[in-house]
Design a binder for this molecule. Structure first.
Ligand code: SF4
Ligand code: FES
Length: 358
């Protein structure tokens, strides 16, 4: 069995933002009992022994952990490529210098829009100016800069201006990923899912920008799977490439797997190797044996691996069913209904339920 490529260390779910599209768990109080520094360092060491090459330090807001630089140093000394995924709140010059000294390789800053009013409204907190300042600090310290922009119907019409802001900041890469409807985001699906017309325009804009910025800025654009014909192989396949460890130590094949009725696998009770190689959590949907029809007899089963297990479970209550975004799924009507609704009322400022601050 191959080892994982990447460890996504969700250090904390505490966060100064309150984004309406947040895909983290709704019951955040259940994650307050966070792993201590020594346990995270053991997890990172075991991940390196398993073959992990990249360590993504994320959350919530990882800067809320005072031991962040210690964890970066551990990963860096083990030869891992370290990537900080941050809202940038708390990314002061002194904190940045501390992380730089610890060997941090790369910074991803989330941006909600290209201008403060909309950005702060979506983030649920005044933050835009601090994000821009932090992005400039990233560049000044010589780090590669990636901007993460979660797209939805309230900001997708501004992609051209978001790209211009990214250019202005000297970003090396921008990820324009449409909202995934897990956690809090599922509550706001009606206010977040773009219309067909919005998507069509966004695709034209992104195509032109990719052409114009070739060799200067990498643009990753992920279309919303609700509009796709086939699903994507979620996380590159269940337990195939990535492993996620959440603040309390549960190890998961993907961010939303804690919703599934599978026995938890916690790093305080078992080694990461056993969890990766043998735990029911990671074994449940590896390969194709678990599939039902139509996936079981489909030519694409090795290509998309039946799509997303968490989405299948969230929408049908059965994680072994075909992902309903697939047009061959018997449950595809669930998606068609939502998409049709998103194209009847096309206002772009439907009310959103802000995630409570915590
Ligand atoms: Fe993929 Fe299953 Fe759809 Fe076939 S039926 S395309 S394997 S999701
Ligand atoms: Fe869990 Fe897709 S998010 S399999």
């Amino acid at each position: 069995m191959e080892g994982p490529m990447g460890l996504l260390a969700e250090l904390t779910y505490r966060c100064p933002l309150a984004c309406a599209y947040c895909s983290n768990p709704i019951e955040i109080a259940a994650y307050r009992d966070e792993l201590d520094t020594a346990t995270w360092q053991r997890v990172i060491t075991e991940a390196a022994e398993l073959g992990v090459l990249q360590c993504h330090l994320s959350g919530g807001e990882p800067l809320l952990r005072r031991d962040l630089a210690d964890l970066v140093r551990t990963a860096s000394e083990l030869g891992l490529y370290t990537n900080l995924v941050t809202s940038a709140l708390g990314f002061s010059e002194s904190r940045a210098a501390e992380l730089h000294d610890a060997g941090l390789d790369h910074v991803q800053v989330s941006l909600q829009a290209d201008e403060p009013t909309l950005s702060d409204r979506i983030a649920g907190t005044p933050s835009f100016e601090r994000k821009i300042a932090a992005a400039r600090t990233v560049r000044e310290l010589g780090w590669p800069l990636t901007l993460n922009v979660v797209l939805h119907r309230q900001n997708i019409d501004r992609i051209d201006r978001v790209l211009a802001a990214a250019e202005d900041l000297g970003a090396d890469r921008i990820e324009l990923a449409n909202t995934q409807y897990y956690g809090w985001a599922a509550k706001n699906r009606a206010g977040l899912l773009p219309s067909r017309e919005q998507l069509a325009q966004a695709e034209v804009t992104v195509r032109a920008a990719k052409e114009r910025l070739r060799g200067q800025m990498e643009i990753i654009y992920v279309v919303p799977d609700y509009y796709a014909t086939y699903p994507k192989p979620c996380m590159g396949g269940w337990g195939a490439r990535q492993l996620v460890v959440v603040p309390t130590g549960d190890a998961l094949p993907c961010l939303a797997a804690h919703e599934l009725p599978l026995p938890p696998a916690n790093v305080t009770e078992a080694s990461l190797r056993w969890i990766w190689e043998s735990s029911p959590m990671f074994s449940a949907f590896r390969g194709t044996d678990w599939m039902q029809d139509p996936c079981r007899s489909c030519d694409r089963r090795e290509i998309d691996l039946g799509g997303c297990r968490c989405q299948a479970f969230a929408l049908t209550g059965d994680a072994t069913r075909t992902d309903p975004v697939c047009h061959l799924s018997p449950d595809h009507g669930l998606i068609e209904t939502v998409v049709e609704e998103a194209n009847v009322d096309t206002r772009v400022d439907l009310p959103l339920v802000a995630r409570p601050h915590r």
